[in-house]
Ligand binder design. Sequence first.
Ligand code: ZN
Length: 306
Amino acid sequence: MPLSTSRRLALLTSASLALLAGCGSSSDSPDAENASAKVPVVASTNVYGDIVRSIGADKVDVTSVISDPDQDPHSYEADTHNQLVLSKAKVVVENGGGYDDFVDRMLKSGHNDSAQVINAVEVSGKTAPKGGELNEHVWYDFPTVARVADRISAALAKADPADAAAFRKNATAFKAKLTPLEAKEAQIKKEHGGEGVAITEPVPLYMTEASGLVDKTPPAFSEAIEEGDDVSPRILQENLALFNGKKVKVLVYNEQTSGPQTEKTEAAAKTAGIPVVPVTETLPKGKDYLGWMTANVDALASALAK
Ligand SMILES: [Zn+2]
């Protein structure tokens, strides 16, 4: 009797897992040698990977799956190597909200049901607005990131009780550095609350909302860009009209999901003399989370001050 597809898939997955096991994991940390003494953690993106490292320090062996600054994370395709590291992880940090569904899928197919999984969207408690879509980019929401930091500290403490105090201390120190960012957003809100902002994709919205700015972008535009779909000519015109009519003070531009229609939008902003603030979904090269977000908030503040 020929083997069923799922049976063949199960055999293939375990065969490729066995094959890859021989290759050893390539985590973010170079010294794989004493990696075994560390808590193996998988983060779906290098944003969460960096936050885990801030809390776990040299007690964790972190693998970040999505980390290419030049690639659109929404179209990321996971591979058998990701499957391997997920099958061995003790702690997993995923974004959720449809952003990285491969994580749960691969944990299941890799038969790893003992990993502690932290889902940032669940931790955020955010849901879709009536008639709208959930903005799953919760790592731009500092109160959520603080709660995720606590969850990471608790999960690491469970995996490595001997270092629980260090994890708690690191999480407290990390959260303390988020406070000035929230203060900067409050300052922007005081000075520019109610002013209009345009975006190319929903990624910066929790930051602009916390800064009191009003998103004027047609949702059909930013959601289409997020999905990698084309925008209708009518919606594109509606979007470009935001700049000609100076309805917005700044354009926040997602460099990782750009294309001809976002480039037209950027050109319209520049022609109208409206400042453009570039943002990304994952960590820019050489930056950690706190440095990156500090630069984002500062760039927004100085663009609005122009
Ligand atoms: Zn996005």
